[in-house]
Ligand binder design. Structure first.
Ligand code: F6P
Ligand code: MG
Length: 454
């Protein structure tokens, strides 16, 4: 049940896997150690200090394992709900493999699981998030884009009274198309690629609609947005649909996802939105429950933006309050299934997490955000760019009960599919003209699979 194309591996020097395994991951780990040292230096109780020093030692060991090509060992039973899933996969497929010769997707995920283990076996630091400071800090430096959206969307979405039904529908369609792009481009700000971003770099990555939209739409190389609108439009005529977001990054991307989900609820297109996050820190900036709560509480009560005007702060508060209310009413639900933090691709989702598969199959639309989710959907293998999305995601499109799936992803790694019949030529042209096009986040795809009712 595997795709016919080879999965990328760390020793593939032509792929981003090579730079990631050789350079990016050790750098990320080094920065994580700096963060823990900062925490350590502000700690006073001996038992907690000694405990944290041991966490740092374990991180140092992990860094050496990574750089010295150690064999991938089983995960220690630290009580996490995913230990059995991890060790089954290691025993079945990766015995004797190293960080470099195991598939990149697995090896990279395994690194984040081992990082988790550095803390989960401690006494006082089990839930410590080495990336939390970075996530909060980047959001607090995203003020321009944050307020552009809050001042525009704090006021609930209502139609002008004089509009006909056709005009109302058209107004909704336009809003949907714009917000889909805002949600999509929110994915450019993942922190695993942008270590030490400047204010200017953050700003240049944050698309908030307006005149830019037509220009940015040209960069969506596989674009099923119109089909997506048709799907969403029809959801309302039933009883209002259920939409699931398999979240990617915290901070600004999550904020954009929420603006989008807010519109889906207000317009009556969806009656329920389920957000799927991670149980622990993952790929630097992915959303955990703590990040989710932090965002809403900072919006309502926080002092993140000292230079903001009263009107800007009010708009942010109103949005935050509305979102908290959705959560109270059960219109928005946050979930965190253990499967999302494993090394499995989504080709195995129906086998390895049948409960989750069944749960998702009851949704009208499952939106997978971001690059990593896209890699997992497509098995992270060298499929030709002209490959149909449905073919590339295998069982997530073809098994009985497969939900309707949409991947919204800015392109930040090697696998690219769904570019249409001339996709291979287009990719070749870009390879020649813009060699870094697959990792820059400048290009994107919005791809849809209809799924298969069970
Ligand atoms: O290390 C590569 C990667 O896994 C790529 O998928 C991407 O560059 C980044 O890490 C995560 O991106 P995202 O947050 O969009 O999943
Ligand atoms: Mg991410």
């Amino acid at each position: 049940n595997n795709p016919p194309w080879p999965a990328f591996r760390g020793y593939h020097t032509y792929s981003f896997a090579y730079a990631t395994m050789g350079h990016r991951l050790p750098t990320i780990l080094g920065k994580a150690i700096d963060d823990v040292i900062e925490t350590l230096n502000q700690e006073s109780e001996e038992e907690r200090v000694v405990d944290l020093v041991q966490c740092i030692q374990r991180m140092d060991n992990l860094k050496s394992d990574l750089q010295e090509q150690a064999k991938l060992r089983p995960i220690i039973d630290d009580g996490e709900a995913d230990v059995a899933l991890w060790n089954k996969e290691i025993a079945k497929y990766f015995q004797g493999k190293t960080f470099m010769n195991a598939p990149w997707l697995f090896a990279e995920a395994y690194k984040y699981r081992r990082l988790r283990e550095c803390f989960s076996v401690s006494k006082h630091w089990k839930t410590y998030d080495v990336f939390f400071r970075q996530k909060c800090d980047t959001f607090s430096r995203s003020n321009d884009a944050v307020f552009e959206l809050s001042t525009r969307f704090a006021e609930p979405f209502v139609h002008k009274a004089e509009l006909s039904d056709t005009e109302k529908l058209e107004a909704e369609r336009l809003m949907f198309m714009e917000l889909t792009q805002i949600c999509l481009w929110g994915n450019s700000t993942d922190l695993s690629l942008l270590i030490n971003m400047t204010e200017e770099q953050i700003k240049s990555l944050q698309t908030t609609g307006g005149e830019n939209l037509a220009a940015t739409e040209k960069n969506i190389l596989g674009n099923d947005m119109s089909r997506l609108w048709e799907v969403v439009r029809k959801m309302r005529s039933s009883t209002g649909g259920r939409v699931d977001f398999v979240l990617d990054n915290a901070g600004f991307e999550l904020y954009c996802d929420c603006v989008y989900a807010d519109f889906l609820i207000q317009s009556g297109l969806a009656k329920e939105v389920r957000f799927h996050g991670k149980r622990y820190p993952w790929f630097v900036s992915d959303v955990t429950k703590k990040d989710w709560d932090w965002l809403f509480n900072m919006m309502v009560h926080g002092h993140l933006f000292p230079k903001a005007t009263e009107q800007e702060m009010n708009s942010l508060r109103r949005l935050g309050l509305r979102w908290k209310q959705y959560e109270k009413e059960g219109k928005w639900v946050y979930e965190q299934h253990p499967f999302w933090c494993t090394g499995y691709t989504f080709w195995e989702l129906h086998n390895e997490a049948p409960d989750l598969f069944l749960h998702l199959s009851r949704s009208d639309l499952v939106i997978f955000k971001g690059d990593l989710n896209h890699r997992k959907l497509t098995y992270d293998c060298a499929a030709p760019p002209s490959t149909d999305f449905e073919i590339a995601i295998g069982p997530m499109a073809s098994s009985a009960g497969a939900p309707r799936v949409c991947s919204m992803r800015t392109i930040k790694s090697d696998v690219v599919v769904g570019l249409g019949d001339h996709g291979d030529e287009l990719a070749e042209k870009l390879d020649k003209e813009e060699p870094g096009w697959k990792i820059s986040g400048k290009y994107a795809v919005v791809l849809l699979s209809e799924g298969r009712p069970g």
